[in-house]
Ligand binder design. Sequence first.
Ligand code: SAM
Length: 211
Amino acid sequence: MPFNHNDHYHDLLLRELPESCRRALDVGCGTGTFARKLALRGIEVDAIDVDDHVISAAREQSAALDLPGQIRFEQADITHLTLEPDTYDYIACLASIHHVPFETVQKLRASLTANGVLVILGCYREATLRDHATSLLAIPVNAVRRASVFFREKWSEIRANQGTQPPPAPVAPPSMSLAEIRKESATYLPERRIRRLLFWRYLLVFQQRQG
Ligand SMILES: C[S@@+](CC[C@H](N)C(=O)[O-])C[C@H]1O[C@@H](n2cnc3c(N)ncnc32)[C@H](O)[C@@H]1O
């Protein structure tokens, strides 16, 4: 697979798993790579995506795997879905929150258990000099990463044995700048942490307070 900016940050997101995480929700799961990493840790995962092609591919790719945690893939629109309160120990949105109104995070927050964690790997609209400078810095690093993944695969058997590629997950341009995301998230998710990442992403982490 080519160098993927979302997959690149999986380990960073997994570091935010709460200690005893039993149940997780992956919003806009695409073909399910991150959901499978959660299930590998014995977590029961609800993985939803509005696109039926990627959900079918996610089911196909997971079918033959004997993972310690179960994954329930569902074709659903997060903005219409009813989430039970106090349900998930961990909710992840990887490059998906900019596809829906940002206030959707309120619904996600309400569905967290006490001490549950919401992580957002988000995309933002470049608006400032600092945004453009980060982007300029990312371009050569990205090129090197892409080339190294390409050559590693070229010389291994992986590429030859890959067969059909899964459908690409739908993408959309982000409409909110990082400053707007900081401001709006402060209203809905007090005490969240946000930081800018190199590859056109930010990381937001929010932990539900007990009681
Ligand atoms: C850029 S892709 C990211 C996919 C995956 N999370 C990853 O890391 O590769 C964004 C995903 O969000 C999904 N999505 C968009 N709007 C959605 C909605 N309203 N409810 C659920 N999923 C949605 C898209 O179908 C797409 O698969």
